[in-house]
Design a protein around this ligand. Structure first.
Ligand code: FAD
Length: 292
């Protein structure tokens, strides 16, 4: 496999599964993240994305892990980049580093606003759309962006959120990745609404296999994600038994993925959270469906 632009990968009609890793908060955790990344890369996903610390503090690790994935493991990498907590100069420096490392793909994000940030700050990008324009000026990157089938938490109305999304896409986005969701009908409805508004680029549904119910509860509350009754029953029944929860979480995610593929969605991004055993179980469940 070689380091490709994701927009090229998404052009064929094969089913594509990609995974995600997140960098360690401190340098001490670097080796263990690298080892998890190596095991995930061995599953031959279409690409691996590397998240970016909200405050910009782990940017160095995002660049080095993305570079390790593409330059040493030979798997396409996608480096996330947020802009809200950094100055324009800091963001431009990271774009330069990504270019230097030959990273072809950037997921351009605003990031969550820190509670104490005076917003907007004069020397910062205010929204992901401005960052996208900057990345386009800096080089021939393939640019991804985030979207929210249930609406972004800050948006009062979904209609307005989709208008902002259209504006963002028009600034030069090649593909979108969704926030996690646990009811595929929400995704199908969202796809219908955005296609109607003229957003025609590929959308990669983001599937999160829940393996630790307690850890996830706060994240789910923060993101305003709807939890279908079937999913709540799983959390209630298995939430206190980590091994059972992991098995049930992988089964639920697999079920979502198979339904998506059956309904013609060919590219799926799995939030594998540095867990090669979870990524491996999902690939094994799809062994006759995803040809690597
Ligand atoms: P934007 O697209 O800028 O949108 C943010 C809000 O502003 C929305 O409500 C939108 O409707 C509104 N808006 C947009 N443009 C305008 C405008 N011109 N005028 C007025 N309002 C506007 N966070 C991290 O810290 N690191 C990560 O690695 C990371 N990876 C992510 C990956 C995915 C796939 C997703 C879905 C999210 C990720 N996040 C990450 C979280 C993300 O940073 C937050 O959700 C953040 O609050 C919004 O980022 P955005 O890029 O979607 O922002």
């Amino acid at each position: 496999m070689i380091n490709l632009k994701i927009r090229e990968i998404l052009k064929d009609n094969r089913v594509h599964i990609s995974f995600e890793v997140f960098p360690p908060k401190t340098d001490a955790g670097f080796e263990s993240v690298l080892s998890a990344t190596d095991r995930i890369a061995a599953l031959k996903p279409s690409f691996i994305s590397v998240t970016y610390g909200a405050g910009g503090g782990t940017s160095k690790n995002t660049v080095s892990i993305a570079s390790h994935i593409s330059n040493e493991l030979g798997v396409t990498s996608l480096a996330h980049l947020t802009c809200v907590s950094s100055t324009k100069e800091e963001v431009q420096k990271v774009i330069g580093e990504l270019k230097e490392q030959g990273i072809e793909n950037i997921l351009a994000l605003r990031g969550d606003r820190p509670a104490k940030l005076t917003f907007p700050h004069p020397n910062q990008y205010h929204y992901a759309g401005e960052l996208i324009e900057e990345i386009k000026k800096e080089g021939d990157f393939c640019i991804g962006a985030a979207c929210y089938p249930e609406g972004h938490v800050e948006s009062e109305h979904k209609k307005e959120d989709i208008e902002h999304l259209k504006d963002k896409v028009d600034r030069g986005v090649d593909f979108l990745t969704t926030q996690m969701f646990f009811d595929n009908h929400i995704l199908y409805n969202f796809l219908y609404r955005i296609r109607e508004k003229g957003i025609t680029i590929p959308v990669l549904p983001g599937i999160m296999p829940i393996t630790n119910a307690k850890q996830m509860k706060r994240t789910l509350e923060l993101s305003g994600t709807a939890l279908p009754q079937r999913f709540v029953a799983i959390l209630d029944r298995f939430g206190d038994d980590p091994k059972a929860m992991q098995q049930a979480g992988i089964a639920y995610a697999t079920d979502q993925i198979i339904d998506l593929i059956a309904n013609g969605v060919n590219h799926i991004h799995v939030y594998s959270m540095n867990k090669p055993e979870v990524a491996g179980a999902i690939m094994s469940n799809l062994s006759e469906i995803v040809k690597v």
